[in-house]
Each structure stands twice: as C-alpha cells, then as structure tokens.
Design a protein around this ligand. Structure first.
Ligand code: PLP
Length: 438
C-alpha cells in the first residue's frame, strides 16, 4: 500500500525537522498529507482532520486556495525569480514592502526580506548591531530576550531562544545574548543596569509567546517595556512571526498593547505558508539613520531576499485576508474558542487554566484543578494522540514541566468547524481522563 511504501522511504531518507528520530524509526510518519481545503487536511489513506494548528501557526487563510496558485503560476511564468542585490529590484517585492509599511504598527516603514522566521531573527540582531556601529556605539551588542521565548533555529535565533532545550541541542552558541523573565519589566530594568545600558543593542519579545506554551503578556507589560527601552536608548524588537497578519484578532500582536516597536520580525502568516517568506521591518527613523550614516555596502542579503514569486503570493494572501475580513473573524472565532475551552474546563477534571487571544489558545492539563498541581508525567501528548485519532491536529507543550495543549486554527474557521474542534477536544481529554488510574 501507498502509505507503507512512502513511510518506509521516509524512514530511510528523510531527516525530519523537530521530530523524535527514535519515534520516526519506530513508527514512520502518522500522516502523509496529500490535500488541504480550508481548515482541513487529508492524508494518503483518505483520512481528513481539522488542522487545529494552521500547520505551524502559519496557514492563516486556510488550505487549498486556487487564487494563490494562480498568482504563483502567473508570476513564475513571467518572472519566477530575479535578484534584489545591488541595483536590481522587482515589482512584487516593491509593492509588498509598500503594503507592509501601510499596515505595520507605528512608523515601521522599510522591509528587509528573508525566507522565514529564523532568518528574520538573525537579520534583526545583525541590523540592530550594525545600526549601533553606524551610530558610533559599537559596544551595544547584547540582545536581551525572554524566558520561554522561541525565535527559531539559525545560530543567532537559537541563541536568543529562551527555551533551554533548544539551546542545549547544540554545544556552541552565539555570544552576547541574555535572558530575562518573560513577564517582569522590573527584571529587564535590573538586567540592563547589571549588564550596563551602553552594552545593550536590543530587547526582543514575541507579543504572545507561541512555541513556549502560549503565554500572553499581562495588560500594560509592553507599555512598560517600551518606556524602559526608551529610557536606556535600547531598540525594541517584536517577533511577530506567529502573531502577525491577523492571528490574534488584530493585524499585529502589539496592536493589542498600544505600542510600536523599532524593528519587527515577521514570516509565516505573511504568505500563509504558500511560499517561503519572512522579513524584518525597521522604523522610519532607523531607516533615515541608515541612509545618512551608511558608507559601504549593506553586507547582509539572502539569495531569496525579495523573491518575486514569494512576494506576489504574499500580496495576494494579504488581499484575501482583508477582502474576507479574516482578522475580524479571528477575533470573533477566538472568543468562541475560548468559550469552548471554558466549557471543557467545567466538564473535565484534568483541565486547569485556559487562555487565548484571537485564534491562539491554550488548555492546561492538571492533576488538581484547585491547586493547579501537575501530573508527574505530562498528559497533553496523550490528548494530542487521542485528538488526532478523532480528526483534530493540535500540539502539546511540555517544556519546563508544562503540560499544555495549544491551538491556532486557520483564520477562516467558522462556528460549525469550531464546535467540531471543541467537541473532539473534549472527547480526547475525556478519553485520557478516563484512563488515568485514581
Ligand atoms: N519566531 C517565532 C516567534 C516563531 O514562532 C518561529 C517559528 O515557529 C520562528 C521565529 C522561526 O521561524 P521559521 O521556522 O520560519 O524559521
């Protein structure tokens, strides 16, 4: 059978990203997907599941958009690729940069394009440090990031990542990264004082931490952060790789907090995964400084920076996002999702905290609802397996003793599909709950 044939080739030849090699060797891939439509994916065995994670938090406009395929086809037919180095440019990249300046928070006005979130993060750190060199403050090198943060897997991005297991995967990291408690502005101030403000280039944060377990910053947190950064003259970078492009019910995650960063990393939702694209935006002030102070060449560029097909796809993606009012839908459906979680919380004995912002949501598994005590072994991975059997893809986070389920369905989800998601989740949790010996 086709699944088995492919699975055996997969085991022999495919080194998967973020995968347990032992498990891959033992079982092969569970799902070999062949089709996607809206919020659903179908595998080679003909099983259809709800993609409760928008795959990797990225397929914001949902699967199977013919309009996007048509756009990519037209662009590839006329100009599939050309370079943006030196004096070269192309129309989709120019139009996308202009569109981003229109929708981005504050006065972010110029974009450096990459192929994804990790490249965006490494780019942001390099541009921030280069900026301080231009400004005559070359000692400003340190990048402060937060506990529980995830910024990607390039060497810089891994070094900035607060989740220790990602850093421990490799035994040599980039220098000049420091980590601060994710919810405490005071801890940031203390760290800046301890390190010396004249050595700090930038502070970076995800508006809502995704991979680290879906942690939503308290109201007012980013206002305080913004003012601390201003006080010490430190660049404030937001990593909107997950939270950008409608995910949280506003265009960007920081829009909830009424602040604007000096730099912003993005990827994922900019193209809803239909093409590999990311970027870093910088403020108009920074851009002006670059224009005035830069003498030599900006020696940072990827072959695919400003890829015309990827940019054309992104432009079409943003057009769909706006035309179909999907950001508003994310807000409305996000409220329904949270209500659904709360209902499950009242029904199930092993559900502790539930939380969400737009279509980013989390459900915590606990041993004791009152004390929030956790089980010795996490149960969220078992819920994920039970949910998959019943037709729902979601994810578990077990870093640092967490036992959390996270969700990020496509922004096109409707009430009926949301009810289905909630009902499968409830059944999956019930199945796990029933199997726990009392
Ligand atoms: N930053 C954040 C906040 C992310 O969630 C991710 C990926 O999940 C990245 C950066 C890395 O992006 P990529 O996987 O596209 O390199």
């Amino acid at each position: 059978n086709q699944h088995e044939q492919l699975a055996s080739l997969d085991q022999k030849h495919f080194l998967h990203p973020t995968t347990s090699i032992k498990q891959q060797q033992a079982t092969g891939p569970d799902f070999i997907f062949t089709k996607g439509k809206g919020v659903r994916l179908t595998d080679i065995k003909g099983r259809t599941v709800i993609d409760g994670m928008s795959s990797l938090w990225n397929v914001n406009i949902g699967h199977g958009r013919e309009e996007i395929a048509q756009t990519a086809y037209e662009q590839m037919k006329t100009l599939g690729y050309s370079s943006c180095f030196a004096t070269f440019s192309n129309e989709p990249a120019i139009q996308l940069a202009a569109k981003l300046a229109e929708i981005a928070p504050g006065n972010l006005s110029a974009t450096f394009f990459t192929s994804g979130g990790s490249e965006s993060n490494d780019t942001a750190y390099k541009l921030a440090r280069h900026y301080w060199m231009l400004k005559g403050q070359p000692k400003r090198k340190k990048i402060i990031s937060r506990s529980q943060s995830y910024h990607g897997v390039a060497v810089g991005a891994t070094s900035a990542t607060g989740l220790k297991p990602f850093r421990d995967f490799t035994n040599s990291l980039a220098p000049d990264f420091c980590y601060v408690d994710h919810f405490s502005p005071e801890a940031l101030r203390q760290m800046i004082e301890r390190e010396g403000p004249e050595t700090v280039a930038a502070y970076i944060a995800e508006p809502v931490q995704g991979a680290g377990g879906l942690h939503i910053a308290p109201d007012g947190y980013f206002k305080e952060i913004r003012s601390i950064c201003d006080e010490y003259g430190i660049l404030f970078i937001t990593d909107e790789v997950i939270t950008g492009f409608g995910r949280t019910g506003t265009y960007f995650g920081v829009d909830h907090y009424g602040v604007a960063p000096d730099m912003m990393c993005f990827a994922k939702g900019v193209s809803s995964g239909y093409a590999q694209l990311g970027g870093v935006m910088i403020s108009e002030n920074m851009h002006n400084d670059f224009k005035q102070l830069s003498e030599g060449t900006l020696l940072h560029g990827y072959t695919y920076s400003g890829h015309p097909t990827a940019c054309a796809v992104a432009l079409k993606n943003l057009e769909i996002l706006e035309r179909e009012n999907l950001i508003n839908n994310a807000r409305v459906m996000g409220e329904e999702m949270l209500k659904g979680f709360q209902k499950i919380q009242s029904l199930r004995s092993i559900v502790g905290d539930v939380r969400g912002l737009g279509l980013m949501g989390a459900v915590e598994i606990v041993k004791n609802k009152e004390t929030k005590e956790r089980f010795a072994e996490p149960f969220a991975p078992k819920v994920v397996a039970e949910a998959a059997k019943r037709g729902l893809i979601c994810r578990s986070v077990v870093f640092d003793g967490q036992d959390t389920l996270v969700f990020a369905p496509p922004l096109v989800i409707n009430s009926e599909e949301m009810n289905e998601l909630i009902s499968i989740l409830n059944d999956a949790i019930e199945a796990v709950e029933t199997g726990i010996p009392t």
